[in-house]
Design a binder for this molecule. Structure first.
Ligand code: GDP
Length: 612
């Protein structure tokens, strides 16, 4: 039945697939886009390629023309009406083209620099593509940089490769194999596109050059093949509107406008629309549906053409009142009956539920970091990443960081200091907010790559822990009992020879003698200071264990008692422990304290210093 439906579907019933380009910075995403948009001067016209808002539309005629060189016998049949390519490359548009967690981007091109292999943002893009289950192909770009590559402009890749000398072919194979290996390490099986037997199982690698145009015909053909093989069903034309806000922009003369991608359905001037805003749902009427004017029309006053109605898939600018607080990444819904208040209310709730769903990802204990992102889509991606990384989140927000956001985060200073941290993805932090954060001790981390935030946070946690351990160092007192055997210096500093009769003597240990007044029976704790040096045979050692040969130790401290006065050589010396020192050992040094040492603390030292 499905098969029948598929066969019956004419081009008119199918809408054009939407394609995003992702990849690491400088791999050539922008250049590739430019190259595929470029009019072929020799052939005269652009074949109906239209520049839209935030996207470029390639009608099937243009695709046919651009793939001609790799489809000379016309054996490949185009079934899609065209292809809509989103102009802003990168995560931003991909993460925002979303609807209830699924992707409205039907297909993606992941660009990899063949000379560099997989880079940090490549991995991040792969993760996003995997999460959203978006089929993609890989453009292995910059093949013209293979040593002594001889270019043939806009040629099919296979033909170009066959005309290279052996050394170039070998270098290509070598880099190809390395890339395949790197992909398999990430859990993707990849194959060179013309060696790929199953697009369902293997990712196709298509070598390209955005400079020479080689491989680009293959890339376009492959994109269409992949959509036709994998997603005809999703591309059936539906009347229901599916539309996403990609950008919110202030335009002179128009006020705040939204750039949207209409993935499905139809929009009309005057339609009442509902979308997500930072201050609650926005419902407003479409005042104008704008697309860019073509070159020849530029002499008319506006740079935009007004459209009475537009049909999916396309990118269009919407002008309307009340869009100031619109959130990029929001779904856009259309009200069927403008007079039906109930329907409007329902749609408002529906559209705001996207934001509320994200709110529900906040840690129930309300202990966690503050997360701020530029758009709904990037916030969603970031929260998912933090969930997997097990970093708890207490607050979320969209848009630039203001003072009030810092204040929200600062509540954590009391509850859980380590979480007084703001992880900001692709947003500006205003100056006042920065200053306030510095004053209050709230850490702000900003990044353009999601997992850089993770690295920053991990580093922050590690530093905090180390600082705590360092602080605790002086508080940690390991137990020992010493018998002095000689006094070399009576005071300031005290230098004596000792035998360790129990426990282990370590540097920095505070020592005390406990004197009983035989007449009054009062117990007097005489603190000597801390051990600053342990020496045997004129060599410094960090530790002297029970039963080892005698050592000479230096003890320093304020208001030291004096041997011959408050102290005698025969006085036994003990580690001066306290409740706090025991707690510190338990918290930070549990593994470093031996069983005998715990016993020594409990049986001998605790009673001596009256610790319950
Ligand atoms: P993006 O950051 O991914 O959008 O990368 P760009 O398109 O801005 O390209 C980054 C740099 O790589 C620019 O200097 C481009 O000229 C260069 N570049 C892009 N594609 C190619 C290519 O196919 N071959 C060569 N040799 N250079 C390229």
């Amino acid at each position: 039945e499905l098969e029948a439906a598929r066969n019956a579907a004419s081009k008119d019933d199918l809408r054009s697939p939407i394609c995003c380009i992702l990849g690491h910075v400088d791999t050539g995403k922008t250049k590739l886009l430019d190259k595929i948009r470029q009019t072929n001067v020799q052939e005269g016209e652009a074949g109906g390629i239209t520049q839209q808002i935030g996207a470029t539309y390639f009608p099937v005629e243009a695709l046919e023309k651009k793939t001609d060189v790799v489809n000379k016998d016309k054996s490949f049949e185009f079934k899609v009406p065209g292809l809509l390519v989103i102009d802003t490359p990168g995560h931003e548009s991909f993460t925002n083209l979303r609807s209830r967690g699924s992707s409205l981007c039907n297909i993606a091109i992941l660009v990899v620099d063949i000379m560099h292999g997989l880079e940090p943002q490549t991995l991040e893009s792969m993760k996003l593509l995997r999460d959203r289950k978006t089929p993609f192909i890989v453009a292995l770009n910059k093949i013209d940089r293979l040593y002594s590559w001889k270019p043939i402009a806009n040629n099919g890749f296979r033909d170009s490769l066959s005309l290279q000398n052996k050394a170039v072919q070998n270098e290509f194979r070598d880099r190809l194999e390395k890339t395949k290996l790197a992909f398999s390490e990430q859990g993707f099986n990849a194959e060179l596109f013309y060696e790929n037997k199953s697009m369902a199982k293997y990712v196709s690698l298509v070598p390209t050059s955005a400079h020479t145009g080689e491989g680009i015909p293959d890339m376009l053909k492959l994109l269409v093949t992949l959509t036709q093989e994998r997603m005809t069903r999703q591309l059936m034309y539906l009347s229901e509107v599916e539309c996403t806000v990609l950008e919110v922009k202030v335009i002179e003369g128009l006020g705040t406008t939204i750039d949207v991608v209409l993935s499905n359905g139809i929009l009309n001037e005057g339609d009442r629309i509902v979308l997500c805003g930072t201050e609650g749902a926005i419902s407003t009427d479409i005042r104008a549906l704008l697309t860019p004017a073509e070159m020849k029309e530029l002499r008319v006053k506006s740079q935009y053409v007004h459209n009475k109605t537009v049909k999916a898939a396309l990118g269009v600018k919407i002008a309307a009142n009340g869009l100031d607080n619109a959130i990029a990444g929001s779904r856009l819904l259309v009200v069927k009956d403008k007079d039906n208040e109930d329907e409007i209310e329902e749609l408002e709730e529906d559209v705001m539920s996207d934001l509320e769903n994200l709110m529900s990802k906040i840690s129930p204990s309300k202990r966690g970091v503050t997360v701020q992102a530029s758009t709904l889509g990037s916030l969603e991606a970031l929260l998912e990443f933090l969930r997997v990384s097990k970093i708890p989140v207490a607050n979320i927000s969209i848009g630039p960081v203001h003072k009030r956001d810092v204040i929200t985060s600062s509540a954590m200073l009391e509850k859980a200091k380590e979480y007084a941290v703001m992880l900001c993805f692709d947003v500006k932090v205003d100056k006042d907010a920065h200053e306030l954060a510095d004053q209050m001790g709230v850490k702000i981390f900003t990044a353009e790559i999601i997992y850089h935030l993770f690295d920053d946070f991990t580093k922050h946690m590690k530093a905090l822990n180390e600082a705590k351990k360092e602080e605790s160092k002086m508080l940690a007192v390991f137990p020992c009992v010493l018998k002095p055997v000689a006094v070399f210096n009576k005071k300031d500093p005290i230098v004596i020879g000792v035998d360790v009769v129990d426990g282990n003597l370590r540097l920095t240990t505070p020592l005390a003698a406990v004197k009983h007044n035989p007449v009054t029976g009062v117990k007097d704790v005489v603190a000597l200071g801390r051990v600053t040096s342990i020496e045997r045979d004129h060599k410094q050692i960090p530790i002297c264990k029970k039963g080892q040969p005698s050592v000479a130790i230096k003890i320093e401290g304020a208001n030291q008692p004096m041997y011959g006065r408050q102290l005698e050589e025969s006085d036994t010396l003990y580690s001066l422990i306290s409740r706090a020192s025991i707690n510190t050992l338990k918290e930070f040094y549990r593994d470093d304290v031996e069983k005998d040492e715990w016993t020594l603390i409990a049986k001998q030292l605790k009673p001596l210093f009256d610790i319950q």
